[in-house]
Design a protein around this ligand. Structure first.
Ligand code: AMP
Length: 395
């Protein structure tokens, strides 16, 4: 696996695919700069080698050229974070971009305008990728968040750098973390899967049953399993058409020697709101008119015991409706348990959408081993797929 450290960038221009798809407020201020901060080590290493950087990214989902999605809005933020002046090209391909890239001196940075202002980017257009390839000597992919897309800048462009392409430090770390869990995790290995629906996680569950010793299933997914086993779930979220599948998963787990842990009790509410009336119920006996919105105290205790006996932990998906304070305790307790296990030497990886938001919101970000920067890319990795952006560098 070629990484940045296999190249010396002295007097070379690195064409780097970064993921600067950051959230902006109405005044075009960056509200969460994590993705820029995450790309910093790669950029700085290249500059310190005596190279220059051409940065390319998408921002949002523009339809053609739309000023509100211009990357010019984030130039100042990037300069603040990197401590280096950033030049800006008004188009990501064409004469101006080529001239500006050619004129870069060692230690300088050029940011290209939003790749998705050209529809060829998402189409994975070869000619467009070739135009991009003219802007650098070495192609570096450091964008895990888009590694599951076969777009021009994430995958196709690599073809034009057969001997001069590598992973950036961030992407390399993502790949290593997933490998640490899915391939060479110290046993016992645990996956915690929460979130709303079985249907969005089914491929992950099926793939993961071959990798783990324990599987905690929580969140809204719980109730499809409980109802399928004959439990009374009141008005809790449930996918009736997935009940058979849930039973099949339980059977498969037994055959494969994977211990499945479901909640035994829940915080049930008479309304989906912070001010709802609540009661603690047995997970199998939720009254009509009530819905389970969080893991109950006994479940939290059980999960804590499981987490603390494991050496490798993957967490994807919250254990309850953590966005509402009333139903955030299960997710917070799990975060505490994983933080404690990590402190005692376990490797913990948090990834995929809402669990990352929860981890940040509740301050666990620096108490776990690694927080992934990719939502969809992380889920597809856990499903066992080889991501096209990764394959393009490996091939
Ligand atoms: P996902 O994107 O599949 O990881 O799902 C995350 C969402 O699941 C969050 O917005 C949670 O509020 C929601 N969720 C978690 N537990 C429950 C539950 N018991 N009932 C309804 N929604 C839930």
């Amino acid at each position: 696996m070629k990484t940045l450290n296999d190249f010396n960038f002295q007097d070379k221009r690195a064409l780097i695919r970064v993921d600067f798809n950051v959230p902006l407020n109405d005044d075009f201020q960056v509200t969460d700069a994590t993705r820029i901060v995450s790309a910093k080590p790669t950029i700085i290493k290249i500059l310190e080698d005596g190279g220059s950087c051409v940065l390319m990214s998408h921002l949002g989902r523009p339809k053609g050229v739309q000023d509100e999605y211009s990357l010019k809005h984030i130039v100042n933020k990037i300069e603040d974070i990197l401590g280096v002046e950033v030049k800006f090209a008004n188009d990501c391909v064409g004469a101006e971009a080529e001239e500006m890239a050619n004129a870069l001196e060692p230690g300088e940075i050029l940011l290209l305008e939003n790749l998705r202002f050209h529809e060829e980017e998402k189409q994975g257009d070869r000619h467009f990728a070739e135009q991009l390839s003219k802007l650098g000597d070495i192609y570096v992919n450091d964008a895990f968040g888009t590694a599951h897309r076969a777009h021009a800048s994430t995958t196709i462009v690599a073809e034009f750098f057969p001997n001069a392409k590598c992973f950036g430090l961030l992407l390399a770390k993502e790949i290593e973390s997933i490998k640490k869990v899915m391939e060479d995790g110290e046993k016992p290995v645990l996956a915690v899967l929460g979130g709303a629906k079985v249907s969005s996680k089914i491929t992950v569950i099926e793939n993961i049953l071959d990798k783990v010793d324990h599987l905690i299933i929580g969140g809204g997914m719980t109730f499809t399993f409980i109802k399928a086993q004959g439990g009374k779930i009141g008005d809790s979220i449930c996918e009736d058409d997935k009940m058979e599948l849930a039973l099949e998963i339980l059977k498969q787990a037994e055959t494969k020697g994977v211990k499945i842990h479901l909640p035994v009790d829940v915080v049930a509410a008479d309304d989906f709101s912070n001010t709802a009336n609540t009661q603690i119920c047995d997970v199998n006996a939720i009254p009509d008119g009530w819905q389970g919105l969080d893991a109950g105290p006994k479940s939290r205790e059980n999960f804590d015991a499981v987490v603390n006996q494991c050496k490798t932990i993957l967490w994807n998906g919250p254990l309850g409706v953590f966005e509402l304070e009333t139903f955030s305790k299960g997710t917070i307790a799990l975060g505490d348990s994983i933080a404690n296990a990590t402190k005692n030497g376990a490797f913990s990886l948090v990834g995929g959408g809402d669990s990352v938001a929860a981890v940040k919101q509740f301050g666990f970000e620096h108490k776990v081993s690694y927080v992934s920067t990719g939502g969809g890319a992380m889920l597809e990795s856990l499903e066992g797929k080889t991501l096209p952006g990764i394959a393009a560098i490996l091939n």
